[in-house]
Design a protein around this ligand. Structure first.
Ligand SMILES: [Zn+2]
Length: 300
């Protein structure tokens, strides 16, 4: 998890005694208030697997019927009840909870979360969907309701729900990434955040990758030579790998842009130049004007 330091006051847990699988905190799925990106979804996936994989669905309760986006709550429950969850999958920002029958898709929007009743017995008013399992209930909580739950019976349904997605940004091979980049034009930040190029990169990861790769966010893809493209892939992969494997330590990673991103008067962790803020790919963007000089020519 990488979050601006100002968000740290909202941390929900992080107590070292509950750090478990691969450094993932097992008591709560969500660590902070940042918008979920691929590493956060991986965390939700591990949390879901811990509590639901191999378990049969006893019931599904939509406390907020509108949170089930492509079926009625009754249809969702009728489809899932009696089926057993398998190891869930991740595709970018989507979590795919397959069963021996249909698949439940979860998207965490801006504020989605998973809660296990054993950790938090009381329900919360933002709990939207309850999965009843023999050992307890797994709750999907979402304050702002930009996320939701979808039902899919096959791969075609999944594709309809997710829309066109490139390969998962952590699973994509270098060859595939470079091949997809080859066809791409325009700004590099927009490309990284385009879910149809690779899936899972959001605003924070994109800024981190570009800072680490020393690329201005509006650098046009077509001016990147082969070495720069390979470096972009290696940096993307490295940032995601570390964010997934060391999720609980990342916000204390002082050498990363995200350790200071958004703080007043923040300077570059590498060269101490004051960071600048701009808009790229329609999103607030932080970068170091010394490490990431603006490219020549028209902006991408
Ligand atoms: Zn710098």
């Amino acid at each position: 998890m990488i979050v601006p330091r100002r968000d740290r006051g909202h941390r929900l847990d992080g107590h070292p005694s509950v750090i478990g699988i691969r450094g993932v905190c097992l008591q709560r799925a969500r660590l902070a208030t940042a918008v979920p990106e691929l590493p956060d979804v991986e965390r939700f996936r591990v949390f879901f697997a811990l509590h639901a994989a191999g378990r049969a669905v006893r019931g599904v309760e939509a406390l907020d019927p509108a949170i089930v986006r492509n079926a009625t709550p009754d249809a969702l429950e009728n489809a899932l009840r009696g089926h057993r969850f398998q190891e869930p999958g991740r595709h970018g920002k989507w979590m795919l909870a397959g069963t021996d029958g249909p698949t439940l898709l979860l998207h965490f929007g801006m504020t989605g979360d998973l809660i296990w009743s054993g950790d938090e017995p009381e329900r919360h008013r933002h709990d939207r969907l309850i999965l009843h399992l023999a050992e307890g209930e797994l709750r999907y909580r979402d304050l702002r309701r930009f996320g939701g739950a979808w039902l899919a019976f096959d791969a075609a349904d999944v594709a309809t729900v997710t829309g066109p997605l490139g390969p998962d940004a952590l699973d994509v091979t270098r060859e595939e990434f470079l091949r997809r980049l080859e066809r791409r034009r325009g700004g590099v930040k927009a490309a990284l955040m385009d879910q149809s190029l690779v899936a899972g990169v959001g605003n924070l990861i994109a800024d981190e990758v570009l800072w680490q790769a020393r690329l201005h966010p509006r650098t046009r893809i077509q001016v990147l030579d082969a070495a720069a493209r390979r470096s972009l892939f290696e940096t993307l992969h490295g940032v995601l790998r570390r964010a997934v494997d060391h999720v609980d330590s990342l916000e204390r990673e002082r050498r990363w842009l995200n350790s200071v991103r958004g703080l007043p008067g923040a300077t570059c962790p590498r060269c101490r130049t004051p960071l600048e803020r701009t808009v790229a790919a329609g999103r607030t963007t932080y970068f170091c004007p010394a490490c990431q000089p603006a490219p020549p020519g028209p902006p991408g």
